[in-house]
Structures are given as structure tokens and as C-alpha cells.
Design a protein around this ligand. Structure first.
Ligand code: GUN
Length: 283
């Protein structure tokens, strides 16, 4: 029987630790504060931003929201970021993506000071991550590292295959698993004979964005399978990349969707906010 990794329970465990850490910081007059910017009226973004604010509240991080209208210009957004960069009370800044098409999103993300970049999107932080000396970590891959840690799964010497090479999940995931001493292969849409590669994986991580993309024939007996997908199936039901019903019996550990990786992403945003607040206080 596979062990189904309970992302909600591991989230709650981590948030509880962070709540204590925030209280200890408050006792030293350090008040971690996250500023979230949302531009326009995208309903999914509104849900994400509300969830981020709720997580802050739960552990005692101060949250500020800046909701800007759809017609906001790049310059207006840059001006707000400059203000927040200069505000000593603000530890972390996050601009919810996507922003409306007329806004230069690269200019926006690069304007957030690396010291306040809780998404780990700034090129300096991406470079630091790659060199292995970063403070902030990309939230979804870091969440997966925490899931593995909680389950006492040591990646050392294991073969890890990551499917999907996005800048926010696949690429940093491959870097972090390599730093955790796994032997890593990063696959993508041009990979030849993907099943022959994934069948070697002791740890298989999928961030493709296609329902039932990972089928049972692609998975080694006893593998650990981590599903980053957030898709809708033919009945509009939330599902991951993995054909869970048929894959799960072959695995030793597997994450469900929902309730696996998802809950850890915002949890790691909280972690990054605490870490930048500590660094700014020179702790
Ligand atoms: N939109 C969807 N996911 C994210 C995220 O992790 N950070 C930001 N800034 N925007 C997002």
C-alpha cells in the first residue's frame, strides 16, 4: 500500500512552527510584513491573494494588500514597488501574476528588491539559489523539499526525474534536488521516449499541467511520485498530472491532488517572509 502524503497536515505542522517563530520575533520587536499587489480582476488571482492573506493572519505575519485597477500602467506599478522597497516596515513584496497584458511583467518583477523578493523570482535570487546560498527559495519546489523532509525521505543517491522545465517549478526543483544529493534528470516536451527515462526514477516529480499525463507504465515499482499538476479533468474536477488511481498502487509514496503539494506553496511564502524579515533585522 502506498503512503499518501498529507500536504494539509504537513502544512499545518509547518505553520504551527512558524507561528511560534513569528511570536519569538515579535518579542524582539521584529514584525514580519508581507505586501501583496494585485492588478485587475482575475478571479483566480483574487482567491490566491485571499489565501495568502489568510495564511499570514494564521501565523501572525502582518499582511497589506494593494488592489490596483486593470488600467494601471507599468510606471504606476513600478512607483508603488519603489515605495514599498523603501518602506522599512515592509519585509516582503509579492506582485500576483499574471498582471494585465499591457504591463511589462519582467520590469515589475525585477524592480522588487532582491531582499524583499519572497517569490524568489528576481534574477539575483535565482542565481543565489543556483549557487546554493540563497535566503529565499522558490515556494513550490521548497514545499516539495519540506514534504520529503517530513516523510524522512532522503534524496541522497536517489535517481530523481523532474518533468517540466518552467522557471518557477521544474528548473529550480532540479537544482534543489541536485543540491539534496539526488542524481537528477530534467525532462520536457522534447524528451525522446519519456517513459524509458521516468521508469528509472526513484523520485518522480511532474509539473506538466496535463491530466493523467503520468501513467502506470511510466512509473517504477516502489517509486515516490510527487504531483505538482493543478488541472481540471473531463468532469471539471480538480486533478493533477498523475493518473492517481492506476499509478498509486505501484508507488511507495504519492501526493494527492488536491491536498498534496498545493497547500505547501503558500506555506513556503510564509517561510520566505519570515526569512527576509530576519535577514533585514540582521539576525
Ligand atoms: N500566480 C500564480 N502563482 C504565483 C506565485 O507563486 N507568485 C506570484 N507572484 N504570482 C503567482
Amino acid at each position: 500500500m502506498p503512503h499518501i502524503i498529507d500536504g494539509k497536515a504537513i502544512r499545518d505542522y509547518n505553520l504551527e512552527l512558524m507561528k511560534k517563530e513569528t511570536a519569538a520575533l515579535n518579542a524582539q520587536n521584529i514584525y514580519p510584513c508581507l505586501s501583496v499587489i494585485i492588478v485587475g480582476n482575475d478571479p483566480a488571482s483574487r482567491v490566491y491573494v485571499n489565501n495568502k492573506k489568510a495564511a499570514c493572519e494564521k501565523i501572525g505575519i502582518i499582511s497589506r494588500e494593494y488592489a490596483l485597477p486593470e488600467e494601471t500602467t507599468t510606471q504606476e506599478l513600478l512607483n508603488l514597488i519603489d515605495e514599498l522597497n523603501a518602506d522599512e516596515k515592509v519585509s516582503g513584496i509579492l506582485c500576483q501574476m499574471p498582471v494585465p497584458k499591457h504591463i511589462d511583467s519582467t520590469a515589475v518583477l525585477n524592480r522588487i528588491l532582491p531582499e524583499k523578493d519572497v517569490d524568489c523570482f528576481h534574477p539575483l535570487n535565482v542565481g543565489k539559489l543556483s549557487a546554493g546560498n540563497g535566503t529565499v527559495m522558490p515556494c513550490t519546489p521548497m514545499g516539495i523539499i519540506k514534504l520529503l523532509e517530513y516523510e524522512k525521505i532522503d534524496p541522497t543517491g536517489k535517481t530523481c526525474v523532474v518533468i517540466g522545465r518552467s522557471n518557477i517549478v521544474g528548473k529550480p526543483m532540479a537544482v534543489m534536488m541536485s543540491q539534496a544529493d539526488a542524481t537528477v534528470t530534467l525532462c520536457h516536451s522534447k524528451t525522446v521516449d519519456l517513459p524509458s527515462v521516468t521508469r528509472n526514477a526513484d523520485i518522480l516529480i511532474s509539473s506538466v499541467g496535463k491530466p493523467k499525463f503520468v501513467t502506470a507504465d511510466m512509473v517504477k515499482e516502489g517509486a515516490i511520485v510527487i504531483d505538482v499538476g493543478m488541472n481540471r479533468d473531463e468532469n471539471n474536477k480538480l486533478c493533477g498530472d498523475v493518473d492517481f488511481e492506476n499509478v498509486a498502487p505501484k508507488t511507495s509514496y504519492i501526493t494527492p491532488v488536491p491536498g498534496g503539494v498545493g497547500p505547501m506553496t503558500i506555506t513556503m511564502l510564509m517561510r520566505n517572509t519570515i526569512e527576509v524579515a530576519k535577514e533585514q533585522a540582521k539576525l
